[in-house]
Design a protein around this ligand. Structure first.
Ligand SMILES: N[C@@H](CCC(=O)N[C@@H](CS)C(=O)NCC(=O)O)C(=O)O
Length: 231
């Protein structure tokens, strides 16, 4: 069985877990705090980032994009990457945009709503969150609103890596108690809701809520070796 190292709240861990679930591959998720750069963690991935995939023979693969591409090659069915070159480029571009700017702005809201209050002991600065969202969201979300599909597949009607990568950071907003504003971005909101309603994403809910509860109470990621989120 595969092992995914990293907390369930991480958008990159979520992306990988959904990908594995959509492939029908069994996995266990093991807690690993990405901010605690322990020697063990850095020996697994010298960059000190999660997710890390551990294969049954102990082989380690890092970086959600590298891992998903690798899994696609060794488990091609069902296909989650387009084959046609232009569609593939479009999917990889959307994955890249999601992994960079979309993660950045959604993770920032999660930090402001969950982690900063836990660490500072101060209440959520709702004005600062609103100001951040008003300033940073329109350009990014406006683009995704303009190309959001009426289905759960943004590239060529075939569900896959782009859909998983786009929905994964959006889930952070709900976990932070500050969901995407459906009145401003109705098509993208409905689209990501459809993706997140698929069984592979729903299977992660319990672990995501637990991680957020721990982050909000302690300011740190869950620890221990508890395996959760098996799909
Ligand atoms: N490109 C990487 C990004 C992974 C990443 O940034 N993960 C975050 C957790 S959401 C992390 O490990 N952060 C720790 C750090 O940057 O120190 C991927 O796709 O896996």
């Amino acid at each position: 069985m595969y092992i995914v190292h990293g907390p369930a709240a991480s958008p990159f861990v979520r992306k990988l877990c959904i990908f594995l679930g959509e492939k029908g591959l069994a996995f266990e998720r093991r807690e690993l705090d990405p901010l605690d750069k322990s020697p063990r963690f850095l020996a697994m991935n010298p960059i000190g980032r999660v997710p890390i995939l551990e294969e049954p023979d102990g082989n380690l693969v890092s970086d959600s994009s590298v891992i998903c591409d690798y899994l696609e090659r060794i488990h091609p069915t069902p296909p989650l990457f387009p084959v046609e070159p232009r569609a593939r480029a479009r999917a990889l571009w959307l994955e890249e945009y999601a992994d960079t700017k979309l993660v950045e702005i959604c993770a920032r809201v999660y930090w402001m709503q969950v982690l900063i209050p836990a660490r500072s002991g101060q209440p959520v600065d709702a004005d600062a969150v609103k100001e951040y969202v008003d300033q940073e969201f329109p350009t990014v979300l406006g683009y995704f609103e303009s190309c959001a599909p009426a289905t759960d597949a943004i590239v060529d009607g075939q569900f896959g890596i782009a859909d998983i990568a786009l929905a994964s950071p959006i889930r952070l907003l709900s976990l932070a108690g500050d969901p995407l504003d459906a009145s401003r971005w109705p098509r993208f909101d409905a689209y990501t809701r459809r993706v997140l309603a698929r069984p592979a994403a729903v299977a992660l809910h319990e672990a995501e809520l637990h991680a957020t509860e721990v982050f909000g109470r302690t300011g740190n990621a869950p620890t221990g070796t508890t395996a959760t989120g098996t799909a």
